[in-house]
Design a binder for this molecule. Structure first.
Ligand code: URA
Length: 236
């Protein structure tokens, strides 16, 4: 039989932040143990008890790993591709059982996280946490005042109007335009579809930032391991 430990200690060891922070999460009623909302002072057996935070199961027994990959074009963002194409997992061989956090299209390049931490993935992807994602977007066509205003106000797509994007025009001449676009929703092919809706065709798309993280020092096709301190802001 395993032994019982304070819940906040187990959560902190599982990577959810300092013990103090974990006490706050418990007090806020966000933690459940075996399906029941936990209270401060509860003790758990990490071997046996089922612990969830915000409804996402936490496995304190697995050591958490976080990689920041600079994805090249031509790799599918999935653990296994049914059509046998190269996947992002081919770029992190030997790092164990990980999965990508969200997705970048086949031809999109840039910053992609991989982890074995389901809670981190939930926090990064769930729209309610509104994490900024910044893209360098090269398009064919000229972006006029109306198109720019529309991107900044929100663009109607099939499933509804997008949230406003923050847009900086870096170049706009000769039928080609380079934009820096920041969005916080994670709809499918969102940047490409927003651009298409204002008459622009994306020819190159790179995710350059995700929240506080950027690609500094990570060449295309390579990755680095993130520290606990680097992922903590996503959990706060
Ligand atoms: N928006 C897109 O259109 N594609 C991506 O890969 C990411 C954001």
């Amino acid at each position: 039989m395993g032994s019982e430990e304070r819940l906040q200690k187990v959560l902190a060891a599982a990577g959810l932040g300092s013990r103090r922070r974990c006490e706050e999460i418990i007090s806020a009623g966000r933690v459940s143990v075996n399906g029941r909302t936990a209270s401060l002072g509860d003790r758990v057996d990490p071997e046996r008890d089922e612990i969830s935070v915000d409804g996402v199961p936490i496995d304190p027994k697995v050591e958490k790993k976080y990689l920041l990959l600079n994805k090249p074009p031509g790799y599918v963002t999935t653990v296994r591709d049914t059509r046998g194409r190269p996947t992002v997992m081919d770029l992190v061989k030997g790092e164990g059982r990980l999965f990508p956090v969200g997705r970048l299209d086949l031809e999109t390049r840039g910053l992609l996280l991989l982890t074995n931490d389901g809670y981190l993935a939930h926090r990064v992807m769930h729209p309610s946490y509104a994490i900024d994602k910044t893209y360098l977007v090269t398009v064919e066509g000229r972006l006029g005042r109306r198109g720019l205003a529309q991107l900044r106000e929100g663009v109607p797509l099939e499933e509804g109007v997008t949230a406003p994007a923050r847009v900086r025009v870096l170049e706009n001449h000769g039928g080609r335009c380079v934009l820096e676009m920041t969005i916080h929703e994670g709809r499918k092919r969102q940047v490409r579809r927003m651009c298409a809706a204002v008459g622009l065709r994306v020819t190159d798309l790179v995710r350059i930032r995700l929240g506080h993280l950027d690609l500094k020092g990570v060449e295309e096709g390579s990755y680095r391991v993130l520290s606990r301190e680097e992922v903590e802001p996503f959990l706060a």
